[in-house]
Design a protein around this ligand. Structure first.
Ligand code: XMP
Length: 326
């Protein structure tokens, strides 16, 4: 493939000064490529698409139309942060679509993990295409492709992620981060003024909480996953673990357990806590969360999350357990 090799002369972007130079160079190149035309971007709020958005906003302002599809499977506070950062702070041309009902309708009673992933991916493309069709004069499609995506796949960010190219749209691709490694993307994001919790966030799968609300997704259990995940993240922040652990989350099986509530037997769900470290996600080791923190998280989940009466801690390395539960 043409133009898919990182130039040997390119320096590793490790400092703000190098990031600033990269940004300046890209802004000039993007202005030249785009002219006065419009660019479309699927903005998930993940690191790569957020950095692409911020870079394009700097280069071409409102000629960038960002579409944020909320599939209802995002973590607590994420869609709100995308709107706050991009619409309110960066004055972006942002289309926000709350497609929660559509996604949950399609996913109702579907238990099989790969089928869930396919439904989420296909629905995402459908919603994105519908929004794109409402817009006029779009010439370019921006993507958060980064160098590992090119090295690992065939150069298209369809890979493991929800999204992928709307094939019939005939748009010219804009991929300003395609020669950057993840750590460089983060440095550039910081230099562009994006919030640290957006730029340094832990990996989050495209199908989101959909693969952590195990088995068939229901709204009440999905909310319990979202709330327990928010508590876990908050306590990791409060206890200095957030930047140190590679990935941490909660999952809730589609199964009830017997507990005691108000002196009566009650059947409720149980929450699984998972926290792992890895270099490449091919294998992973367990983060030994201090007992005090585990205890605190457990107490909060049992008190604050509706319908949960038990918490367990998964200490399985990969292999044999994958990082996600499904
Ligand atoms: P596993 O569970 O396979 O996960 O050990 C390895 C890494 O990949 C992430 N993951 C996904 N990412 N779409 C994604 O974008 C997916 O369908 C998906 N499934 C797993 C997982 O969170 C971990 O970082």
């Amino acid at each position: 493939m043409e133009n898919q090799k990182r130039p040997e002369s390119m320096k590793r972007i490790t400092t703000q000064a190098l990031a600033d130079a990269f940004i300046e160079e890209q802004v000039t190149a993007l202005r030249q490529q785009i002219g006065d035309k419009k660019v479309l971007l699927a903005l998930s709020g993940g690191v790569d698409s957020s950095v692409v958005a911020a870079l394009l906003i700097k280069a071409v302002g409102k000629q960038l139309v960002s579409v944020h599809v909320n599939h209802g499977l995002l973590r607590k506070g994420e869609p709100e942060q995308v709107v706050d950062v991009f619409r309110n702070q960066l004055d972006a041309n942002l289309v926000y679509v709350d497609a929660t009902d559509r996604f949950l309708r399609k996913l109702a009673r579907v238990c099989e993990p790969e089928k869930k992933r396919k439904i989420i991916g296909a629905e995402f493309i459908r919603v994105f295409n519908e929004e794109a069709r409402k817009l006029e004069d779009i010439r370019f499609l921006a993507q958060g492709t980064i160098y590992p995506d090119i090295l690992e796949s065939d150069g298209v960010k369809a890979h493991h992620n929800v999204g992928g190219l709307p094939k019939k749209m005939q748009l010219e691709l804009v991929e300003p981060l395609k020669f950057l490694y993840k750590d460089e993307v983060r440095v550039v994001g910081e230099a562009l003024g994006l919030p640290a919790n957006m730029v340094y966030r832990q990996p989050f799968p495209g199908p989101g909480l959909g693969v952590r609300c195990l088995g068939a997704i229901t709204r009440d259990r999905l909310e319990a996953v979202r709330e327990s995940d928010a508590i876990l993240r908050e306590e990791f922040e409060n206890n200095g673990l957030a930047g140190k652990v590679w990935q941490y989350f909660t999952a809730i099986p589609d199964m009830k357990t017997v507990g005691v509530r108000n002196d009566k037997r009650a059947e409720e769900w149980f929450v699984i806590i998972r926290a792992v470290n890895t270099k490449d996600a091919m294998s992973a080791t367990i983060e030994k969360i201090p007992y005090k923190v585990l205890n605190l998280i457990t107490e909060r989940i049992l008190k604050e999350v509706k319908g949960v009466c038990r918490v367990v801690y998964d200490i399985t390395p990969k292999p044999t357990g994958t990082i996600e539960w499904e």
